[in-house]
Write a protein that binds this ligand. Sequence first.
Ligand code: GTP
Ligand code: MG
Length: 199
Amino acid sequence: MIIKKAEFVISNTDPVKCPQDRRPEYAFIGRSNVGKSSLINMLTGKKGLAMTSSTPGKTQLINHFLINDEWYIVDLPGYGYAQRGKKGRDKIREIIDTYLDEREAMTCLFLLLDCRHEPQKIDLEFITRLGESGIPFAIIFTKIDKISSSKLKENVEKYKVKLMETWEELPPIFTASSEHKIGKEEILNYIENINKGEL
Ligand code: GTP
Ligand code: MG
């Protein structure tokens, strides 16, 4: 799929105030700093569309971007940012949970994981929560420019083994680098197939 048009629509914390036109939407979630906003910019080919920062905790709202006048990309705040304090963390978590529980237009959630790390408790717990709520999701390993391809293979395999402990079937898994523009075609094709009703 080619993205001809990508425009910012609205930012807020309340799913009720999100666009109500029922176009399908694809949301990006993961720990703070994992690279959600950068990935959205890479996928859309618009560098400044989603705000990025080297300091975790940049995205604090639910951000809707309309793509090709047909579907939405949603940039969500990251979870688990330690320096935000318990109160701040809980608030962000509530925004995320309300969005996931109430947003009917949410078609597929992309869960981003930093490819350099071993499976982390906070992410595994989040995946379990998605399973319990029956939320459709796919995994994207980010920042793959930061490790060798053999290390990447090893880390992805470790994750698969970990997931197979609790899941009968693995979710779709993608690998990406916003820095080197890797993974764009695969992720956009996946979205296109869902939009066409082929997945
Ligand atoms: P929050 O909004 O704080 O939750 O973070 P985020 O997940 O949106 O992360 P963001 O896209 O702001 O990126 C965080 C940092 O990681 C920035 O310094 C990016 O430049 C860097 N980064 C993101 N993706 C990549 C990547 O693919 N490769 C490399 N090398 N750096 C990346
Ligand atoms: Mg962000």
